[in-house]
Design a binder for this molecule. Structure first.
Ligand SMILES: [Zn+2]
Length: 85
């Protein structure tokens, strides 16, 4: 198998979508291929950075959802429908 195919497997590993058997084989390739090892280190760093950016920039809607649940069902929509009848 060529390095391009190993890198595809390593990429799926970084995404957490690899099969268990593929993981060990890909890790063995990394121990014998400096080029793929460097590629993998760079790809892992980029993946970590992207995940941290997503976490940092994500909007926490917890308080809004809890407040809506505490307020109970929104009955005014039903009142509006009744008014149309
Ligand atoms: Zn390689």
């Amino acid at each position: 198998m060529g390095c391009a195919r190993w890198r595809e497997l390593l990429s799926t590993q970084l995404d957490g979508e690899d099969a268990p058997g593929e993981r060990e084989a890909a890790q063995r390739h990394l121990t014998s291929c400096d080029t793929c090892r460097r590629w993998y280190d760079d790809a892992a760093a980029i993946t970590r950075r992207a995940r941290m950016t997503l976490v940092r920039d994500s909007v926490d809607v917890t308080e809004g959802v809890l407040a809506a649940l505490a307020a109970g069902p929104r009955r005014h929509r039903w009142w509006g429908l009744r008014a149309l009848r």
